[in-house]
Design a protein. Structure first.
Length: 114
């Protein structure tokens, strides 16, 4: 995930039609490529991009059943955890291989290169 800076204005998001909407589902949906494209096209400003409340109101968020929302949130959390574990595994594998290579090199030293 990219770095972000908290800036004014902050918006309070309320659901208009009172359909049940999980915060985790809303977060997932807003971060989907289609929603990001929608928001990016409407961002204004030169160095600090902002999205107006008017444009934010235009974003339609589909509201699947509560069961489907919970499933999406749970699977999204699992995907994020998997990515985190794979990165950790990659880092540890690299550290292990570097240590093994240094150990191998030090065992076979012959007094320097000529």
């Amino acid at each position: 995930m990219g770095k972000a800076v908290l800036a004014s204005p902050l918006f309070l998001i309320r659901i208009k039609d009172h359909a049940p909407l999980l915060p985790g589902y809303l977060c997932w949906y807003i971060n989907q490529p289609s929603a990001q494209r929608f928001l990016t096209r409407r961002a204004e400003g030169s160095s600090l991009k902002m999205i107006s409340m008017k444009h934010l109101r235009e974003l339609e968020i589909p509201t699947p059943s509560m069961h489907a929302q919970k499933t999406i949130v749970r699977i999204d959390a699992l995907l994020r955890k998997e990515a985190e574990l794979l990165e950790d595994l990659k880092r540890k594998r690299s550290q292990y291989m570097e240590t093994a290579l240094r150990h191998t090199a030090s065992k076979h030293e012959t007094g320097g290169a000529k």
